[in-house]
Design a protein around this ligand. Sequence first.
Ligand code: FES
Length: 170
Amino acid sequence: MAIIGNSKYEERINHHIAKYETKRSAVMPLLYIAQEEYGWVNQDGINEVAQLLNLDPTQVKSIAGFYTMYSEKPKGVYWLQVCTDLPCALQGADDFHAWLKEELGVEEGGTSADGMFTVEHVMCLAACDKAPMLQCNFRYVEDLDQNKMRELLAKWRAEAAASMNGRSAE
Ligand code: FES
């Protein structure tokens, strides 16, 4: 695992570095790439981003620590961020969030025992008319209810299992 020298990310990394006047401005998109590779922003990812941008790792770490979209601890395969800000709360988001945690047996910010799902609440994601809504690995899923969510959880579990089987067959 690495982002430096990884052909999967080379084009994106070069694109981000090239588009800013100063290299250091690419720190946020590169942190996203590190998070994508490692599942969270770990020290290896921080060191690599720092190396790519000629920054000190402590500077990169402090930026990662400031923003909630970067995770400083390992997450489940699916990172579920439920908006519970006021407009969504008025449309049942709090109850939905509480139900989802109970359904997966997790506390706030916790990960299900099978390592599949991390649940946490976040502030407005600018989809207030689609509540309850969440983002799953940064993709929006909207107009949720318990039935729809149960179906999605089953689908995502099946996809993760298929992907792991594919990997073990390689
Ligand atoms: S308050 Fe939930 S998306 Fe805006």
